[in-house]
Design a protein around this ligand. Structure first.
Ligand code: IVH
Length: 679
């Protein structure tokens, strides 16, 4: 290897490491390297880049001041829209679709159907001009996606140049992370003591949408193409078969599991057969896509505003697996609610490993009649919370006994209470250590005060040692106290320093976040932001009468009374005083006051998961409110825009489409927050 190659390798390695440490640092509960080691890496990278300007890229961490730049990905308008697919949840729905198609094309004898696997990844469109890869974009909102060209270029399956290609060729397909790649990535995470990735799909999406393409390069992503976008020149393509043949002849990756049928029975058989062997391939699939084979027929059937009529996704039902229920335990929430949950022999189901599942409340356990030791059926679909379906009675041992809901709190030993007419049971002891612990963890969570490094174990030790009795005490903790508590069991001084500075940083969190962290009943993130902006400091809030609070547009009497009750409590008032003494910000910061009110009077609805976006869903709602807008939960004719993440609710999408309300993705939402306008 010559010196030039080794520089290149070193740069790739350093950038990947720096980005990983940045992520670890800004994420939650992740140990990081000492600052000195991190600084040394950045310095070494900068030195190489100075010596070798040809290796310098705009995305290099050395070129970024502080955190990420505000515009990570440029918007790309799709020449032909990237549509979604309608779903068939069972064979009956698939049949109804088929009947509609037959009616639509008017000639039942010439209806060829092609079946493809439905890959669970991330849709992208890749554009070649004169055989040269010139641009790649995510689907985004279907009209406008994000420019991920640099990241796409790191995927081995995707050629940078193809010979014999039409003048313009847009190839569409799914970027995915092979299961083997996902597993080895998690092995590396484990070895590094870093948190595991949840599932291959989210990891693929997160890996592709990286500022630094060297991170993408290290993630071993792959690609299957299944569709053409804009095409100028090249051979005439009349069918699905022609499309795949063209793609294959150009060296593009086409999945081999494609089959064409004229008999609908065969289509059903294909779907059923893949349902039972869905775990065989080294990539995740969540269904079968059935399409009309003939492109002229597709053209004739056309599309709705969202999805083509000529294709449908037959979705596999939620997965069910059996495993042993080892024990039933209860957890105590910050409000004192006692929730039973099943401790399971860990099992891989619905795309992730499940070791616990909620059982909701006492009645649910009784109705399902699940008992410790039972073999139970677990159901899970995608990101949905796993559910215990019920026991397998044939496997139940003769001496099994029904589980009995505890009479006393496992944490404070005080009697538990269940009021008649209420399905929930509560620990009503406000000094219960478990309640205090969950309250503190909630306060420290990302959506509230975001105190990195204050994990559950640390919180428990702090409460057990009597160092912290409520969230107000956190800000009085000294480094030497933390040292005593943490160094003995982890012998890691860096952890203590990091936690101390995380607590310091949290003193400056916005007032809205502080209100969220207090866990006031009924006060969600949007309402907290509204209250903070209206009253501007905590003293005004502590003094406010319900009628003043209710006068805020978007706040009702229940929230108003709950705030009043909260601050009527002497213990809660004392927490506020502890904040004050310990230098916690109790008013709006200057930059919050100055935020341009670009969304004044506009109502923006957020739906779906914003996983991998530049902000979380709660942050999105707060950002809308902080700019003078409203963020209600449902779409109406006065909605200005619908912000759509992945797995968005179909009913909201349909309603927005019917009412002609603009549907926006990440890039457009960013623009909307900056300007108040739709791009
Ligand atoms: S065709 C106009 N074929 O599923 C129709 N999509 O739920 C374009 N997907 O956005 C899509 N495998 O990301 C098609 N074999 C396949 C697919 C597939 C996965 C994805 C694609 C699409 C989503 C809709």
């Amino acid at each position: 290897m010559n010196a030039f190659d080794s520089d290149q390798d070193r740069v790739v390695h350093l950038r990947a490491q720096i980005v990983i440490h940045n992520e670890a640092y800004h994420g939650r509960d992740e140990p990081t390297v000492p600052d000195a080691v991190y600084d040394q890496m950045v310095r070494e990278l900068a030195e190489i880049e100075e010596r070798r300007p040809d290796l310098l890229t705009a995305e290099s961490p050395t070129q970024m001041v502080g955190s990420a730049p505000s515009e990570i990905f440029a918007p790309v308008e799709h020449k032909a829209p990237m549509m979604s697919l309608d779903n068939a949840m069972d064979l009956q729905e698939l049949q109804s679709w088929h009947e509609r198609v037959l009616k639509g094309i008017g000639d039942p004898d010439s209806c060829g159907l092609v079946c493809e696997l439905k890959f669970d990844g991330l849709a992208v469109s890749i554009r070649y001009e004169d055989g040269e890869l010139v641009q790649a974009a995510t689907r985004g909102n279907g009209r406008v996606g994000e420019d991920v060209t640099h990241n796409i270029r790191t995927i081995k399956d995707i050629p940078h140049r193809i010979s014999g290609a039409p003048e313009v060729l847009e190839v569409r397909g799914e970027v995915y992370l092979p299961i083997s790649g996902f597993e080895s990535l998690n092995k590396e995470q484990l070895a590094k003591g870093q948190p595991l990735f949840a599932n291959p799909r989210n990891t693929a999406a997160g890996s592709l949408r990286q500022k630094d393409a060297t991170v993408t390069a290290n993630r071993k992503l792959a690609f299957w193409c299944y569709q053409l976008g804009e095409v100028i020149g090249g051979p005439r393509v009349k069918s699905s078969k022609d499309t795949f043949e063209l793609l294959k002849s150009l060296g593009l990756p086409v999945n081999p599991e494609v089959a064409e049928f004229s008999d609908f029975k065969e289509v059903e058989r294909f779907c059923e057969s893949w349902m039972s062997k869905r775990h065989e391939p080294d990539y995740e699939i969540d269904g079968v896509v059935v399409k009309l084979a003939d492109l002229a027929q597709r053209e004739a059937l056309g599309s709705t505003s969202r999805a083509p009529r000529w294709a449908i996704a037959f979705k596999f039902p939620p997965e069910e697996k059996s495993t042993r229920l080892i024990a039933i335990d209860v957890s105590i929430g910050r409000t004192g609610r006692v929730t039973p949950f099943a401790v399971l022999d860990p099992i891989f189901v619905g795309g992730s490993t499940v070791g616990m599942a909620t059982l909701h409340n006492e009645d649910q356990v009784a109705n399902k009649d699940v008992r410790p030791g039972d073999i139970v059926v677990i159901r899970k679909a995608g990101d949905v919370i796993p559910e215990v379906v019920g026991p397998n009675l044939a496997d139940r041992s003769a001496d099994s006994k029904p589980w009995v809901f505890p009479k006393v709190c496992p944490s404070c030993q005080m009697p538990l209470e269940r009021l008649s007419g209420d399905a929930n049971t509560y620990c009503v002891n406000r000094r219960c250590p478990a309640r205090i612990e969950t309250g503190i963890s909630y306060f420290a969570s990302r959506n509230a005060m975001d105190i990195e490094g204050l994990g559950e174990r640390t919180v428990r030790s702090l409460v057990e040692q009597g160092m912290v009795n409520d969230v107000g005490d956190l800000f009085a903790l000294t480094k030497s106290q933390l040292m005593k508590l943490l160094v003995s069991d982890s012998s890691n001084e860096t952890l203590v320093n990091n936690l101390a500075s995380a607590i310091d940083e949290a003193r400056e969190r916005p007032l809205g976040n502080l209100l969220i962290g207090l866990g006031i009943e009924h006060l969600g993130p949007t309402a907290a932001e509204l209250v903070a902006r209206q009253f501007r400091n905590i003293d005004n809030i502590v003094r406010a009468e319900p009628r003043d609070i209710e006068s805020i547009d978007g706040i009702g009497p229940v929230i108003a009374q709950s705030l009043r009750d909260f601050f009527d409590d002497a213990d809660n008032k004392a927490i506020v005083e502890k904040f004050r003494v310990n230098g916690v910000r109790l008013d709006l910061a200057d930059d919050e006051m100055d935020l341009p009110q670009v969304l004044n009077g506009r109502s923006v609805v957020v739906t779906g998961s914003l996983d991998g976006w530049f902000l979380t869903r709660d942050e999105a709602k707060k950002s809308i409110v902080a700019r003078g807008g409203k963020a209600p939960g449902s779409v109406s004719k006065s909605t200005y825009a619908l912000v759509v993440g992945s797995e968005a609710g179909q009913s909201k999408l349909d309603k927005a489409t019917d009412l002609g309300i603009p549907i926006v993705g990440e890039a457009e939402f960013r623009h909307l927050l900056e300007t108040g306008e739709l791009s």
